[in-house]
Design a protein around this ligand. Structure first.
Ligand SMILES: Cc1cc2nc3c(=O)[nH]c(=O)nc-3n(C[C@H](O)[C@H](O)[C@H](O)COP(=O)(O)OP(=O)(O)OC[C@H]3O[C@@H](n4cnc5c(N)ncnc54)[C@H](O)[C@@H]3O)c2cc1C
Length: 472
């Protein structure tokens, strides 16, 4: 595998920008120095890259031409959507950034058939709005929906609070159009709701973090929007009682649309802007939502209240739903501003080990002199485990690096995964563990799609030489 011919961080290779401009036209190519394309949401951890050129194709054919040009010249290509990723997946380390910013068309929309075909650069929130205006729902609701692209959501298989009932992005994708090396436009799946002819390449592309293909368009499933959705928020005196209540919801066969949580530390920092009343002594909050027809939603809401009432300090059902989820979206920011920065990891554990993982985050933080806290998708066992540390606190950042390595070990010991939502990207691939045969399969699949190893190199996949890459 080659790492490609590129300039250097200090001196990008101008021939790459000029060559691509000659191929596609000046307007489709930017210099590699345009800063907004060189980082993603890991910028808050000081991570930024460099590129030789940025390409903004207007069609799949232009994207294919750009990829073919790069492939012929051994130039690495980094697919990029909205740049909201939290694993450094879209951060280039030289080569060409292939952005989906200009792939924004809705190619077809059949509300009566509950399906839509969109280009990869359509923003998540725009798609959800378009569906809603037609009485439909596109359920995946990752936090940065106003910025993230559908292509990026597919590439990370993004989740969100409502993934508990509705699943992650991949569950809503029936087909993908993509550009694969050395520069071909392919279609896997399409409008068909079922298709088992051949290996499921669509499923391989979902969550592949730009390492196998550039997604240029997708066929998506929609559903009729639920008639009603009622929030239920419960506050508990401690972690154990709160996690037991989450277990009781599941054990009693109650199916809320969302089942999120905030631990004591996160609740303390976010409480001031909560759009209701946080009771004194609350040390754990569960945010649930009941949806369906009016009668179904009311019935699930009543079941949730019944389950929570036994042990909660307070249960609220009259909080404004829109305000609640806006507040929930702002938890990350509220937490980050407390100390001027944070290091956050999207851990995943079996749901019955949630309390251990939440407690483990606090304890690991304490061992390293850091405040540890978490919030996340309780029903999915998915934590945003976080250490508070200012961006310019060098020794604190080093402590956080050691703490996260320990946290990953704790997660593994609980039978969990070091990434439930955001992917491995650049940030975590050195921490992932694979058995030898699984690592070999992953490398073989990568090589089948991308024999030269030029698509998003250094991301996601098992390193050829584990331990030799940066432990960011
Ligand atoms: C405030 C905030 C809240 C968030 N909340 C959630 C959440 O609730 N759930 C969740 O899962 N994530 C969440 N995220 C993470 C992030 O928003 C998602 O991973 C999102 O889906 C990334 O989409 P993007 O378009 O911004 O992708 P980018 O950041 O541009 O890229 C992400 C990865 O996908 C690849 N990629 C992007 N576009 C394509 C394409 N067209 N073809 C092939 N590869 C591509 C990139 O190379 C990179 O590896 C959150 C992030 C922030 C900042």
């Amino acid at each position: 595998m080659t790492t490609g011919r590129v300039g250097t961080a200090e001196s990008p290779d101008p021939r790459i920008e000029h060559g691509l401009a000659a191929l596609l036209g000046r307007d489709q190519v930017l210099p590699g120095t345009v800063a907004e394309f060189l980082h993603d949401a890991t910028e808050e951890r000081g991570i930024a890259g460099w590129a030789d050129a940025i390409v903004l194709p207007r069609s799949a054919d232009e994207a294919a031409a750009a990829l073919a040009w790069c492939y012929e010249r051994d130039v690495p290509v980094v697919p990029r959507g909205g740049g909201t990723g939290l694993a450094g997946g879209a951060v280039p380390c030289g080569g060409v950034v292939l952005s989906t910013d200009r792939l924004q068309a809705v190619r077809s929309f059949a509300p009566e058939l509950w399906r839509i075909e969109v280009e990869a650069g359509v923003r998540t929130a725009d798609l959800r709005r378009r569906a809603r205006e037609n009485g439909l729902l596109f359920p995946p609701d990752p936090g940065a929906a106003e910025q993230s692209h559908i292509g990026g959501n597919i590439a990370t298989n993004a989740g969100g609070p409502h993934a508990f009932k509705y699943g992650t992005t991949g569950a809503w994708v029936t087909g993908i159009e993509a550009v694969v090396p050395p520069g071909d436009v392919v279609q896997v799946g399409g409008v068909l709701r079922k298709d088992v002819a051949g290996l499921d390449l669509k499923r391989l592309l979902i969550g592949s973090e730009g390492t196998l293909a550039l997604v240029t368009a997708a066929w998506l499933r929609l559903i009729p929007a639920p008639e009603s959705a009622f929030p239920v928020v419960a506050f508990f005196p401690d972690l154990e009682t709160g996690c037991d209540a989450v277990g009781s919801v599941i054990g009693n066969g109650v199916v809320p649309a969302a089942l999120d949580y905030l631990d004591e530390g996160a609740l303390r920092l976010a409480a001031r802007s909560y759009p209701g009343q946080v009771p004194v002594g609350a040390a754990f909050a569960v945010l649930a939502e009941a949806d369906g027809s009016e009668a179904e939603a009311a019935s699930v809401r009543d079941d949730l209240v019944h389950v929570f009432e036994g042990s909660a300090l307070a249960v609220e059902t009259d909080v404004d739903r829109g305000a609640l989820w806006r507040w929930r979206d702002g938890v990350s920011l509220a937490v980050a501003t407390a100390r001027g920065g944070k290091v956050s990891e999207d851990l995943e554990v079996p749901v019955e080990r949630l309390a251990d993982a939440v407690r483990g985050t606090v304890e690991v933080g304490r061992r390293h002199g850091l405040t540890g806290l978490s919030w996340g998708h309780a029903g999915d066992g998915n934590l945003h485990a976080t250490f508070l540390v200012a961006r310019d606190d060098t020794s604190g950042q080093q402590a956080a690096r050691r703490a996260r390595a320990e946290l990953f070990a704790v997660t593994r010991a609980l039978g969990g995964s070091i990434s439930g939502e955001h992917g491995l990207g650049l940030l975590k691939r050195e921490y992932a563990e694979w058995s030898r045969p699984v690592a070999a399969l992953q490398r073989q699949i990568k090589a089948a799609f991308d024999p030269k190893g030029l698509l998003n190199p250094g991301k996601k996949l098992p390193p050829d030489d584990p331990g030799s890459g940066p432990r960011l």
